[in-house]
Write a protein of this length. Sequence first.
Length: 161
Amino acid sequence: MTLQPFLKEELMKLNSVCKDQANIFEMVYKEAFGKGYVSENFLTKIKEREASFPTGLQIGDYSVAIPHTDPEHVFEQFISVVTLQKPVSFYLMDDNTKKVDVRIVLLLGLNQPHTQLTVLQELMQTIQDQQKIDQLLHAQNQRDVQAIFNRVEKISTKGEK
């Protein structure tokens, strides 16, 4: 599966200054709602889901968060790539008593249950590569981000028959 159709340039917020999770969610929501990608309830629901089911991941030297919410709040599927100038705390997915300082947020807006697993698998392949994470953190524009994901897809499909 290719992630390219999900990567919306208008939802890529690179080198952003955000004070907390709520600020990140509001920034993405504002753009996504304005484009008709999400329902009015999306912002509330993503905050609630993150509080109940944290999405922070510690992967090597980096921490990433992959917040998402229920499909009924998404009209058009997307992946919002947010890179942060300074880290924002997220609770760990596998230990909701510990926080990690995140500089990359991959906020998912998915409305097809079968798509979620495939997208998550592709994203996990990307974020487990320390070099790709470093490239994302240093991406200067949306084309850089698209190219990083495009290279990952070319590598992942080489072994498929």
